[in-house]
Design a protein around this ligand. Structure first.
Ligand SMILES: [Zn+2]
Length: 99
């Protein structure tokens, strides 16, 4: 029988990919006899479900138009950021040349 460490590893892997039939049977067999791993598996799956729901909610979030930045403001912000970055690059260049 697999140990708890191996079982926990499979529980994590199951979030990213489908386990092989053998792995699923081995995990099921271990979890049936190990309360800690059974709990861990349940909690991990619940957490993964919550994260998936959260991600879905975040992705479908559509702020009302008054909370969005205007294209003009975005353009100004972009220009200011680029100017600041260029300034920063220039400073770094100076620092390197004085070394
Ligand atoms: Zn266990």
């Amino acid at each position: 029988m697999m140990n708890c460490k191996q079982a926990a590893e499979l529980v994590s892997q199951a979030l990213d990919r489908k386990l092989s039939l053998f792995q699923r049977i081995a995990l099921w067999f271990h979890s049936r006899q190990c309360l800690l791993c059974r709990r861990y598996e349940n909690q991990t799956n619940q957490l993964a479900m919550l994260v998936a729901r959260y991600m879905e909610a975040v992705q479908s979030f559509d702020p009302p138009s008054e909370q969005r930045l205007s294209p003009e403001f975005k353009e100004q912000l972009r220009a200011q950021l680029q100017a600041a970055l260029r300034e920063e690059d220039a400073k770094t260049g100076d620092a390197q040349s004085t070394d």
